[in-house]
Write a protein of this length. Structure first.
Length: 330
């Protein structure tokens, strides 16, 4: 998969992560949940890749595995050409500063006993940014202004802010250590639609001003159209389609992508109708269907889909894990 021209800032190759299923009094391992299977991703400097899929598809595990918050069983995570998965804990420390994460729930991300000033400055102290506490306080004030909050609010506690304001604080905290890439894990999904738009606009402004790269993880294709340059669609641990945002929205190649797009509200009458979204229940990742993992929910399933796993087919500048995209149409 190609994220665009030039060397990627982040390249994920063959990432695999799974979790043991333990049962009984002795917690014996009886199987594994294959959360992520052979995932490849690229993010050039200063760009956004959206990783989209339903809850439980493995997209959060991808983000956590990149940061080594969740162990990966195999693969490589190359940041500026350095494989983060091969580094010792000590050697990884400098890269912790360059890769940050903003989680879905800002209230859970912030210590309720810690004032905003201390929460934002915490990373600065860890990485020895700023000569002293006075200088760090000045930096906190500038960061709060950058995320469109009043610097005088730094002496308040998290519970005194709205959800959107708390997420701005979390973004300021991520920016405090001057990262090059931020993973946004469902960072706007808990917010009202109007607040979502404000946060997305803020992230876009920060990207233009600071040259940030984003991995934007979400279940909602609708929120990424004006932020992401490329989109990767994930289903049951696999990337099933990847391409430019324009290609994904205008000419999706996988039925799952079509279903996700059909669920996005539209004011364009020409876009109404067709699929009503992805129907049926998501299969268990501990026992995925044979063949194409999506065949149990697919409206255009072929016989071979039930027994044969499709590879990634290239369609123009996109890729699709669907026999419909094969030469001859499956």
């Amino acid at each position: 998969m190609s994220g665009g021209g030039g060397s990627p800032l982040l390249r994920v190759e063959g990432l695999r992560s799974w979790f043991p299923i333990r049962r009984g009094l002795l917690r014996k391992t009886v199987g594994h949940v294959q959360a992520v299977t052979n995932v490849d991703l690229e993010i050039p400097p200063g760009s956004t890749l959206a990783l989209v899929g339903e809850s439980g598809c493995g997209k959060t595990t991808v983000g956590r595995s990149i940061l080594r918050l969740t162990p990966a069983q195999s693969g490589r995570v190359l940041f500026d050409g350095v494989d983060l998965l091969s580094l010792s804990r000590r050697a990884l420390i400098p890269y912790r500063r360059q890769l940050q994460i903003v989680f879905q729930d800002p209230m859970a991300s912030l210590d309720p006993r810690m004032r905003v000033r201390d929460a934002v400055a915490e990373g600065m102290r860890s990485f020895r940014i700023g000569a002293n506490e006075t200088e760090r306080t000045k930096r906190v004030a500038r960061l709060l202004e950058r995320v469109q909050l009043d610097p005088d609010q730094m002496w308040r506690y998290p519970h005194e802010f709205s959800g959107g304001q708390r997420q701005r604080i979390c973004i300021a905290r991520a920016l405090a250590v001057e990262p090059r890439l931020i993973i946004c894990d469902e960072a706007v999904s808990a917010l009202d639609v109007s607040i979502q738009a404000q946060i997305l606009n803020l992230l876009g402004d920060l990207q233009r001003d600071l040259g940030l790269a984003y991995l934007f993880i979400t279940h909602d294709l609708g929120v990424v159209r004006y932020l992401a340059q490329r989109v990767a669609v994930m289903y049951l641990g696999q990337i099933v389609e990847e391409g430019s945002t324009e290609e994904i929205f205008e000419s999706p190649q996988h039925p799952y992508t079509e279903g996700l797009l059909a669920a996005v509200p539209s004011v364009d009458p020409d876009r109404r109708g067709g699929m009503s979204g992805v129907e049926g229940d998501v299969p268990s990742p501990s026992d995925p269907p044979s063949g194409c993992h999506f065949h149990t929910r697919c409206p255009v399933v072929f016989d071979r889909c039930r027994s044969e796993a499709p590879p990634l087919f290239r369609v123009g500048a996109s890729t699709s894990r669907c026999f419909r995209a094969a030469p001859g149409g499956g």
